[in-house]
Design a protein around this ligand. Sequence first.
Ligand code: FMN
Length: 328
Amino acid sequence: MSIHSRKNSHIQICLKESVQSETMNGFEKYRLIHEALPEKDFHKFDISTSFLGKKISAPLMISSMTGGTESGETINRHLVEAAVKEQIPFAIGSMRIYLEQNRLSELRKLRDHAVAIPILANIGAVQLNYGLKIDQIKQIVDSVEADALILHLNAIQEVFQHAGDLNFSDLLRKIEEVRSQSDVPVIIKEVGFGFSVETAGKLREIGIEWLDIAGAGGTSWIKVEVARDRSEFTHKMVAPFYSWGIPTAISLARIHQAYPDMNLIASGGIRNGVEVCKAEYLGAKLSGIAIPLLKPALESAEAACKVIDQFKFQYRTAKFCSSGIESI
Ligand SMILES: Cc1cc2nc3c(=O)[nH]c(=O)nc-3n(C[C@H](O)[C@H](O)[C@H](O)COP(=O)(O)O)c2cc1C
């Protein structure tokens, strides 16, 4: 199956089937400390922040999802429009199709529509073992004048993917090479299984300053891959993996405690603005949302904005009425 039809079927499965991880995202283990005396005016309460040197309206971003397929194009167009209206960062899904099909120039229009917001380029780190060269990474970054490059790590997804790319050897050294030659910050991201403190430490040692946790508790890429190719695995074989991964809040809190100087993005199962507020108290600079925006973005930019507005209202309220966080 070509990468093009695989990406299309990923979108269809995420739209139609239950792909929710069977572990919780970990935020349920924390409670915001209610503030009875906020001492500020709700209407004048500023929730804007900055990310990669640009002002954004709230600590929220649209996580990498799609690109290069027909439905992906519509979704991306609506998502970028929503990101501009809402003034929040937009991360493009894997740009491999554009690179392999010589279509990177098509992405220029995304940047033309979104001059002021951070745009993040994205490609799988494992591709560095399958012919991806540093000058090609520079091309994907340049194609959208990306503010940062996301290299995603998806080892367990590849195991469950039919004919997945499974050679993950020597990647730390190759990631270091990319980082040392990159003109923009390199963000290392999971796709729904999180990072341990040890792995975060290894990445920090090679100069990585940004991690996107993408922990467990949201979209399960094992469920997505198995739904795509039911013949290959029996339910009995895969079922123990449906709760695989480090829950987002746990991964985030542990890494922030070990390395307070690392810049962390909380994502993976973030489903409301209260969780965005909890993530901030646990050390995240911002939170990323993926699947809650997929269906709305297929419909229209306005539908995606509505979801983002709901997150913003919930975050604003939670921040206004809280003074900290405690574990339950
Ligand atoms: C349809 C779809 C496509 C995705 N494609 C990518 C991708 O190309 N690159 C990537 O780093 N993550 C990709 N992801 C993973 C998300 O960025 C995110 O890490 C993950 O879905 C967990 O967040 P969620 O629980 O809010 O969905 C994709 C997610 C979805 C739903």
